[in-house]
Design a protein around this ligand. Structure first.
Ligand SMILES: NC(=O)c1ccc[n+]([C@@H]2O[C@H](COP(=O)([O-])OP(=O)(O)OC[C@H]3O[C@@H](n4cnc5c(N)ncnc54)[C@H](O)[C@@H]3O)[C@@H](O)[C@H]2O)c1
Length: 312
């Protein structure tokens, strides 16, 4: 296949690109490197892909994508995620909405068999769990709103599409950082001599999905033709439980975990996917054991130099 991956230098994108290359596909990556300022996550496949250092907010950058037709466009490039968007809402509007319109226009120009979009569980907002694809959505952060608007444009684009709503993805390739995810940030906090895991709200839960499982579903995207499908495990994990598992992984005492008040921007206490549609359309549900996935994430962080201490 000939495939375009926007956001292919990022966490999920780099794992997807690696899997596509391994399967023998021809891959064009478009990324402005806003997230990592580097191509290091795809350095191992660099000589087997075409890389366009381009910004999806700029239609002229996307004109550098050569004629297709392409079998698939995987549109992952986005300003990520909720907390960042509260501080810089305009970036989300431009990258996640205007950028998505530009990528759709590019897909029409070059020819696109299937347009695959990584939407977000954030778009559900504060609704009862499990989050059902046909149920209500009440997005309230600029990120959540922009990801949902992206879905709407794709559904009305006239292109064949598959829309996936991803739930708290974790695993190798996810670096720690000011606006990044709970798993790498907690692991990094434990690496500091005085540092500890901060849990924002005792009741908080999430549905943590291992990145290889997500990639496997994305590769199978034609099974989701014309649909919106959650990618989650259907298992609701208390954040306190995540903290304890990480303490075990690094053989550290409970005193290294601190409960704090929920953050003002985060009104979603419980988050968990309904996986009925995923099971019926794709035939399986992400099943990497949580402790195994956490260990791989931590080992990657060690190998990539993000932490100095190996898991126990
Ligand atoms: N990680 C998760 O838990 C999660 C959950 C739900 C949805 N998603 C979605 O999955 C996709 C990938 O997320 P990720 O976790 O890999 O994030 P990421 O930040 O690691 O990757 C996003 C990539 O997009 C690139 N990018 C950002 N703005 C761009 C622009 N204007 N032009 C070109 N490239 C741009 C970044 O440089 C980065 O490489 C995103 O669409 C995100 O909304 C992720």
């Amino acid at each position: 296949m000939k495939v375009i991956v926007t956001g292919g230098a990022g966490f999920i994108g780099s794992n997807l690109v690696r899997a596509l290359v391994a399967a023998g596909h021809e891959v064009v990556v478009v990324d402005n490197l806003a997230a990592s300022c580097s191509t290091r996550l795809i350095d191992d496949v660099w000589d087997r892909i075409t890389f366009i250092h381009g910004d999806i907010r700029l239609a002229e950058d996307l004109e550098r994508v050569a004629e297709g037709p392409f079998d698939r466009v995987y549109h992952l490039a986005a300003s990520f995620a909720n907390e960042l968007s509260m501080e810089y809402p305009t970036i989300d509007m431009r990258s996640n909405i205007e950028g998505t319109l530009n990528v759709l226009a590019m897909a029409r120009r070059v020819g696109c068999g299937l347009f695959v979009y990584t939407g977000s569980s954030s778009s559900y907002g504060d609704v009862p769990v499990p989050f059902d694809e046909d149920g209500p959505t009440r997005p309230y952060t600029p990120y959540a709103i922009s990801k949902q608007v992206g879905e709407t444009y794709i559904r009305s684009s006239g292109l064949d599409f598959a829309i996936f709503r991803l739930f708290n993805v974790y695993g190798p390739g996810d670096p720690p950082g000011r606006y990044r995810n709970a798993v790498p940030n907690m692991i990094q906090a434990l690496d500091c001599a005085e540092g500890g895991i901060r849990i924002f709200g005792e009741e908080a839960t999430r549905d943590f999905t291992y990145v290889d499982d997500v990639v496997r579903v994305l590769l199978d995207a034609p099974r989701a033709l014309g649909e919106v499908i959650n990618i989650g495990t259907g298992v609701e994990i208390p954040i306190v439980d995540l903290g304890r598992r990480l303490l075990d992984l690094f053989d550290m005492p409970e005193s290294r975990m601190h409960l704090e008040a929920p953050r003002s921007w985060d009104r979603v206490v419980r988050r968990c996917a309904s996986v009925d549609r995923l099971r019926s359309r794709v035939g399986w549900v992400p099943d990497t054991p949580f402790d195994q996935g956490l260990r791989r994430a931590a080992e990657w962080m060690f190998e990539a130099g993000h932490i100095r201490r190996k898991p126990a």
